[in-house]
Design a binder for this molecule. Structure first.
Ligand SMILES: [Fe+2]
Ligand SMILES: [Fe+2]
Length: 259
């Protein structure tokens, strides 16, 4: 009887995983907040008039976000080729679509801010530490190192974006805040995938935790340096600055990777 219950439980869990990793689930999730929101924003939300210095700071920040989105787009699409099963391949295909859309809406917001051909110059305006992070993530992908790539992308990068977007939204103009709120909803799904898959992987291969913690130490320093360089551009009051790094570390810890 106990064996039968376990089997039923496993079947239920398999069915649950199949559902949450599907395009069906993805479409139901995004339909509500994408329909009627071209470029991730309600068309009735006015384009704000920003001071020149605010505009420059926002351009630098959104350019840095573009680097994160291209890293996640290249990462998630590259990982499809060596994902361990079809559920993971299908989920990563939905993630690649999300990341491409994030890049598209950010480039569109840069155009609204008066940047000509924003796709040509965002790397030059972006944060150096995030570029170093991107290179490290893509090395893991290139090496087809599933656990390291999944950890760097779906736990560390997603938690970094979650902390940055969540904090930035509180001080952003209405169009930028609305766009970031939509992106954040997708990033939560991506974090859930990383947490779930790595959780199951570590249950089977507990020795991998020590290695992931070493990778975490290395990447944490790039994440925290990205934040500290970006605080000025984010226009974040000094009193709120330590909270962004803390939010990142707490998010990673909540996903089960604190030590
Ligand atoms: Fe994204
Ligand atoms: Fe993402």
């Amino acid at each position: 009887m106990a064996i039968e219950n376990t089997e039923i439980h496993n079947q239920d869990h398999e069915a649950f995983l199949e559902e949450v990793h599907s395009f069906e689930f993805w479409f139901q999730s995004v339909e509500g907040y994408l329909a009627g929101h071209p470029h991730g924003v309600d068309p009735s939300t006015p384009i704000p008039d920003l001071e020149a210095s605010e505009r420059e700071a926002l351009i630098a920040t959104l350019s840095t976000y573009c680097v994160g989105e291209v890293a996640a787009l290249d990462g998630s699409s590259g990982m499809i080729g060596f994902a361990p099963n079809y559920q993971a391949k299908i989920f990563l295909a939905t993630q690649a679509v999300d990341e491409a859309r994030h890049l598209e809406v950010l480039l569109h917001r840069l155009t609204e801010l008066g940047v000509d051909e924003p796709q040509l110059g965002f790397e030059d305006r972006a944060n150096r530490n995030l570029l170093a992070f991107r290179d490290r993530l893509l090395q893991f992908v290139e090496a087809k190192d599933w656990e390291a790539a999944l950890f760097a992308q779906n736990v560390i990068l997603e938690s970094m974006e979650f902390a940055a977007f969540h904090s930035h939204m509180q001080n952003a103009d209405a169009r930028t805040a609305e766009m970031l709120a939509g992106i954040l909803k997708d990033e939560r799904r991506h974090m859930g995938f990383g947490e779930n898959n790595l959780g199951r992987h570590l249950a089977r291969a507990p020795h991998a935790r020590a290695r992931l913690n070493e990778i975490k130490k290395e990447l944490d320093s790039l994440v925290l340096a990205t934040f500290s360089d970006g605080f000025h551009a984010l226009g974040l009051p000094a009193s709120e600055r330590p909270q962004v790094g803390r939010l990142y570390l707490e998010t990673v810890a909540r996903l089960g990777f604190d030590k």
